[in-house]
Design a protein around this ligand. Structure first.
Ligand code: FUL
Length: 677
């Protein structure tokens, strides 16, 4: 007996103090450069090039270098804002589809060297790189393979041109963290004056194998981006949303940049993907990638930006938010305000990790060095895992010691050993029994679940399914304070008004008589008369409320009739095209009017904005009296609702005639309304 005890104690003793070997990886696994890149999480795009000055999204290639003329360009302003926003790098459009290049390339005249900017002596890539380095940001290069300017595009000579330019970019500006190859190719272009369509075989034309090899040789640490990777892939949409299921694994050899069915088939990765090619979610802070003054009022709101954050970084993807730098050469004030609000909210949501204050235990572990508490030590390099062969099922239990309230769960897999988890749930102990709060499938580098507020002392995270034993680096439990913004108001043609909450768990209060909003909103409101609607959100947990938002609603359009209902459907995204330059509306009954409203078309590429008008009224639909005429000023740059007032007049019919439109195209109209007060 004694003989047996000594070795046994020795085994136990050594087991307690020596870290066992790590588990074998589940392939594929990331390359070192991918591991480093993954930790960046959040970086920015700068779309600034010829399109900024031609007011286009895709230049044709026939633009002139003289057009490129920023008046107050300051790359340090971009870098400062990116840094303050929490971004770790910036990627600039060195060359977009129109072929104009931001550096004095030796291989083309279509560049800043022939522009008035800095008297043709400027090098914007240099200024950009210097600014990024000063602010500690990594530098990335966007280079469009499609070139609508170059005469040789489509021929083998162009590939040499492209490689020469890449060599300039990747040799002269120091370390580059990402090279962004766009998959877009629309065919037509100027092509040195040929003005024709040139389709290329996207699979073979660019000889990616050798083009990539060149980048590797010049910048071994740079991540290569395209739909197909090889290092980082497109998320498949331009909303900045990754998928609920997002694998970093990809069947890489079956994908190429610009393939038509990419989004449906490849964008969320594949469980059994052969290569590690994580997703990157790209999105512009405005509708367009390039600056257009008419989008100054369309900068994404805080709720929209937070949705993007949770659906990208929170879904195993990096996030690339674009700044359409304006014609001055600056990030517009509205964009700066929006991104800094987002940064502040992210900070607020992840202020305190409640898990670090909890006692944590697990259903099993691998022994010393791999215990449950490794997931709350704030170190990505350490992790909790199980013994080999234990399978994917296990759980972590947290006891907060007292009741805690939270609404976010953050999980990170230790991806250097591969992506594993396929299904997990979060349970809370409520009145002595376990209740499911939330669930997810893939985790990957980072996964964040949002759910309504829960208050409990104990929770459990159950790993239900996976490719092998779970290997979990970090776990976070947070209480994200409510987005205390006023609710959004939506009205239907019938007059029914819905108030939409900006966040879960908030109450909405309103008033219709100009008083403080105190009425609790429970269902849509029937509002026929002209009323002053005041609304606010209220957080019952903290007793705080949002600012009050006030909207002047006029009479409902329930009885209105017109040729094209889209002009009176209360839906700002639909629009009517006025075939005869006029629209007549039968209001259904006589009302006293004191004015009218015109909401211009809100589409991405607007057309037919009315700039000069005549407005008439009628009591019988036959005899018309002109009551107002004039211009809608600045409607192209700022297509917000226009309000025209006149002296009170009784009318049953109204008519708006477009005398002139901004672009000469048939007049369009998102919505027409009346003012009766
Ligand atoms: C797309 C391009 O066509 C857009 O203009 C923009 O550059 C976006 C980031 O990628 O493919």
């Amino acid at each position: 007996m004694k003989k047996l005890l000594a070795p046994l104690l020795l085994v136990l003793f050594s087991h307690c103090n020596e870290k066992a070997a790590p588990p074998a990886p589940v392939f594929p696994v990331p390359h070192e450069r991918q591991i480093a890149w993954q930790q960046l999480e959040f970086y920015g795009f700068v779309h600034f090039n010829m399109n900024t000055f031609s007011d286009r999204e895709w230049g044709f290639g026939d633009e002139k270098p003289e057009q490129f003329n920023p008046t107050a360009l300051d790359a340090r302003q971009w870098a400062r804002i990116a840094k303050e926003a929490g971004m770790k790098g910036l990627i600039i459009t060195a060359k977009h589809h129109d072929g104009f290049v931001l550096w004095p390339s030796a291989y083309t005249e279509h560049s800043v060297k022939n522009s008035p900017w800095r008297d043709g002596k400027g090098d914007l890539i240099r200024e950009f790189v210097d600014a990024c380095r000063e602010y500690g940001l990594k530098v990335g290069i966007y280079y469009s393979p499609w070139d609508r300017n170059h005469p040789d595009y489509g021929k083998p000579e162009y590939i040499t041109y492209m490689r020469n330019q890449l060599t300039e970019l990747l040799t002269n500006y120091g370390e580059i963290f990402e090279v962004w190859f766009d998959g877009a190719n629309g065919g037509t272009g100027w092509y040195g004056g040929a003005n024709e369509e040139r389709k290329v075989d996207k699979l073979t034309y660019y000889d990616w194998e050798n083009t990539h090899a060149l980048v590797r040789e010049l910048q071994p640490n740079a991540m290569l981006f395209s739909d197909a990777g090889p290092d980082v892939r497109w998320v498949g949409n331009e909303h900045g949303f990754a998928y609920e299921t997002t694998w970093s694994n990809l069947m890489r050899d079956s994908v190429y940049a610009g393939m038509p069915e990419y989004s449906e088939k490849w964008a969320s990765g594949q469980e059994n993907g052969t290569h590690w090619v994580p997703a990157e979610s790209d999105v512009s802070i405005r509708p367009g990638w390039y600056y257009h003054a008419y989008e100054d009022h369309k900068v994404k709101t805080l709720p929209q930006l937070m949705e993007i954050f949770y659906k990208s970084i929170g879904r195993n993807s990096s996030l690339l938010i674009n700044f359409p730098v304006d014609t001055r050469g600056l990030i517009h004030e509205n964009d700066e305000e929006a991104i800094l609000k987002m940064a502040a909210k992210i900070k607020e949501d992840f202020q305190t990790n409640l898990a670090t204050e909890a006692t944590i235990s697990s259903s099993a572990d691998r022994g010393y060095g791999y215990e449950a508490n490794r997931v709350i030590d704030g170190e990505y390099e350490t992790y909790w895992t199980l013994s080999d062969g234990a399978g994917p099922k296990a759980n972590l239990e947290l006891d907060f010691g007292k009741e805690a309230s939270f609404n976010r769960l953050l999980l990170q897999e230790y991806t250097p050993l591969g992506q594993r988890v396929k299904a997990f749930t979060l349970e809370a102990e409520i009145n002595g029994s376990w209740e499911k709060i939330a669930s997810g499938n893939t985790v990957g580098y980072k996964r964040i679940l949002r759910f309504p507020d829960v208050s409990t002392q104990k929770i459990r995270i159950n790993f239900e399914d996976g490719k092998d034993i779970p290997v979990i680096s970090e776990l976070g439990i947070y209480y994200a304070p409510k987005l205390l913004l006023p609710p959004t108001i939506q009205r239907e043609k019938s007059g029914l008004v819905s108030l939409l909450s900006p966040d879960e768990g908030l109450e909405i209060r309103y008033s219709l008589d100009g008083s403080e909003p105190s009425e609790l909103y429970t269902h849509p409101l029937e509002i026929q008369e002209a009323s002053t609607l005041k609304v606010m959100s209220f957080d019952p947990r903290t007793g705080e409320n949002s600012d009050i938002f006030q909207k002047e609603l006029d009479i409902a359009k329930a009885k209105w009739k017109t040729e094209d209902e889209k002009a009176i459907d209360e839906n700002p995204s639909s629009y009517a095209t006025l075939s005869s330059s006029k629209i007549q509306v039968n209001l259904g009954e006589a009302v006293t009017l004191t004015g009218f409203t015109y909401l211009p078309m809100q589409a991405r590429y607007p057309s037919g904005h009315i700039t000069e008008f005549v407005f008439r009224v009628s009591t019988d639909g036959k005899n018309w009296t002109e009551v107002a005429s004039g211009e809608f000023a600045n409607v192209v740059n700022s297509p917000i609702e226009q309000e025209i007032r006149f002296d009170g007049v009784s009318a049953k019919w109204i008519e708006l005639e477009a005398i002139q439109t901004a672009d000469g195209n048939p007049a369009t109209l998102a919505e027409i309304g009346v003012l009766t007060r």
